[in-house]
Design a protein around this ligand. Sequence first.
Ligand code: COA
Length: 333
Amino acid sequence: MKRARITGIGKYVPENVVTNFDLEKIMDTSDTWIRERTGIAQRHWVTNPAVETVSTLGAEAAKRALDMAGLQPSDIDFIIFATLSPEHFFPGGGVFLQEKLGLEGIGALDIRNQCTGFIYGLSVADQFIRSGMYKNILLVGAEVHSTGIDKTTRGRDVAVLFGDGAGAAVISATDEKDCGILTTHLHADGKHAKHLWLQNPGSAQSPFVNEQMIADNSIYPYMNGRYVFKYAVTRFPEVIMEALQATGYSKNDVKLVIPHQANQRITEAVQQKLELPTEKVYSNIHNYGNTTAASIPIAMTDALQEGRFGENDLLVLAAFGSGFTWASAILRW
Ligand code: COA
């Protein structure tokens, strides 16, 4: 049976950097509050949303991943696009990305799994490659949060957390054994959905979008921060242990855990619960904030460039987010 391995990885973030001090000028917050509660120092926010869309950011990240893989766009058989912030309600970002890369005709699958979107996508890619259906799959996670958050004091609990950006991976078939994606684990529990969600606009309302939604602020994301935190610090270690048990590897075999970058305090709590040394758990949230579906491929790209892992190293990926959904993967690089 074929195995799937990541042969290229890349990221792209908008040039515009927004520091915590910049946020102090537009809402009642402080650099100290944000750093202490989240570890975030800055994030990237688009300046021209008509041009800097999830598919344009995603296409740039994809080109870099393709370069690393040594492939042309025409080598790609299938696209998987993960985002919670598509440029339009439909069609999803996958077809816009496809057009930008000139990949007319191949399938483009959109997935809506928020912070776990990249790992869900990785699992889908793994199954397609193991079954022999595709040889090279492009998986993109991209978000433009900055146009959809309330950037006033009213929305500060959410607004300070999120950043824009994209990450991409090329996933290719290989005949080698014990390499590439070894295992993936996907979970969800919809009873928690309304603790982290965007209620409106949506087809549960008629008309789909109306003035009342704007007046009652339900066009902005709602987050029950403490509730999310409580579940995140339980589900992350659980799903990491599930993946380790499935492969028979121990924590000592792992070179680096790359968690979804939700919050530095969540990452530290996970590291402590699993009794892992700090250097085994990657963090770059200070530079980007939470970029949801893009955070793991951005973190993988940075960690690779920083020399935090290399050939044959065992990596653990894990994520938790809106849904709630949570997921993990183990791969040998
Ligand atoms: N700046 C300054 N003050 C803020 C603020 C901000 N950006 N956001 C909220 N506050 C205030 C609150 O209004 C509250 O004030 P009050 O005590 O006068 O009512 C105070 O800070 C404490 O708020 P609280 O919500 O209790 O803070 P917290 O310690 O729970 O931290 C989070 C808030 C959001 C950082 C924390 O709950 C968290 O990290 N949750 C998980 C979020 C997450 O990771 N989401 C994505 C999952 S993928």
